[in-house]
Every structure is written in structure tokens, then in C-alpha cells.
Design a protein. Sequence first.
Length: 109
Amino acid sequence: MPPSIANQVAAMAAILERMERQADDDRRDRKEAQRETEVARSAVSAELYDIRHGQIDAVKRLDKIEPVTALVMSVRAKVTGGLTLLGVIGAIVWAGTLFFKETILEWFK
């Protein structure tokens, strides 16, 4: 017995209703996923904004520190060089004193 046209229309209507419900569910899921994506995107944007301003602040602080560091390193290098030179001169004087010890002691007699 062939299905009647009414049965065929009812079957097609049921299929269309099922497809429409599925489409509505899919739209709802897509909108929910889109909202979650927007929330995540705004959170990442806020973090990137904070990182950017933190980096700018760090660069500003480094710009203030750099001249002081250069000055300290320069002074430290000068002091180190001066102390090394004094050490070499002192070693030469001490070696000369030891070498000419007897001559020097005769001067003070």
C-alpha cells in the first residue's frame, strides 16, 4: 500500500521541524561560543594592555638608571686602574728597597 500524500507531507513536516530545531540549537551554541570567545578576547586584550604599559614603565626606569650605571662603572674602572697602578708602583718601590737595603741603611748611620 503506497503511502498517502498526507502521510508523506506529515513525514516531511516532521523532518523539517527536526531540522529547524537542530538549526535553532546550532545557532544557540554558536552564539554562546561567540560570547565565550569575546570574553576571552577582551581578557587577553586587557592583559596585553597591562603588559605593554608595564614594558613602557620598565623602559622609562631603565632610561633613568642607565646614566647612573655608566657613571658608577666609569668611576669603578678609574678606581680599579688607580689602585692597580699604586700596587705596581708600591711593588717596584718595595723591590728597590729590598735590593738596596744595605745602601739605604748606610745613609742613616
